[in-house]
Write a protein that binds this ligand. Structure first.
Ligand SMILES: C[S@@+](CC[C@H](N)C(=O)[O-])C[C@H]1O[C@@H](n2cnc3c(N)ncnc32)[C@H](O)[C@@H]1O
Length: 201
């Protein structure tokens, strides 16, 4: 991550990278699409944290056999440029898939519709002091906001294969445990590399 103000006005903590399709290193997106298919989830509204430059979730969800509606976020300008090229060359994908550029830690609840499914695979991976400089939300704040925007009975999925899942400090596992203590969600179980929770109906 870049960022840091050192006496300057704070700037956005972007992800100055471009993640290609590498399911052997990071299987979460591929496993997520497999989970959607296993559940028979079609025509659902999905919030997806971390598009990658490949935009796999959006492209797969836009296929006629799925037609899931995906709002995704990337903090990587180059990944967003890849989305613009995708949208221009494949309007049939754009109909179902919108990727916004931004920092999920600035997520605005009033701008969000209600979702059937939320993915938070990269929880705790990229937030740091540079986000604090502009008063960004925490990982727990983001998880709570997206849980509020989840419809009753909707699903929220995490990725325990993440490097941030069970590290010593600031682990996603601890955030999820605290979020679980809020109540109103139940563990459904594991699917491949993912953990699936459900909001109480
Ligand atoms: C390692 S890539 C993984 C992409 C994809 N989910 C995959 O597994 O192939 C991490 C993704 O998280 C996004 N990201 C990192 N920090 C972010 C932030 N603060 N807000 C939104 N997206 C962020 C990056 O832009 C990138 O798309």
């Amino acid at each position: 991550m870049s960022g840091g103000s050192a006496g300057r006005a704070p700037v956005l903590n972007i992800w100055d990278d471009h993640w290609d399709f590498r399911p052997e290193d990071c299987p979460c997106d591929v496993d997520f699409v497999a989970w959607l298919d296993e559940q028979g989830i079609r025509d659902a509204s999905i919030y997806h944290f971390g598009t990658g430059g490949h935009h796999h979730v959006g492209i797969e969800c836009a296929k006629p056999e799925r037609q899931n509606h995906v709002l995704a976020i990337t903090a990587a300008p180059r990944e967003h440029e890849a989305f613009v090229q995708l949208a221009v060359s494949r309007p049939e994908v754009l109909r179902f898939y919108n990727a916004v550029f931004g920092d999920i830690y600035l997520i605005n609840e009033q701008l969000l519709p209600e979702f059937d499914v939320v993915t938070l695979f990269h929880l705790c991976e990229f937030r740091g002091a540079a986000n604090d400089e502009y008063g960004a939300l925490t990982d727990l704040d983001v998880t709570r906001i997206l849980t509020r925007r989840l419809r009753p009975g909707g699903y929220i999925l995490f990725f325990p294969g993440s490097f941030a899942w069970d590290r010593t400090n600031d682990s996603a596992k601890d955030v999820v445990a605290e979020w679980e203590r809020d109540g109103g969600v139940e563990l459904v179980g594991r699917f491949k590399s993912l953990i699936v929770y459900r909001k109480a109906p």
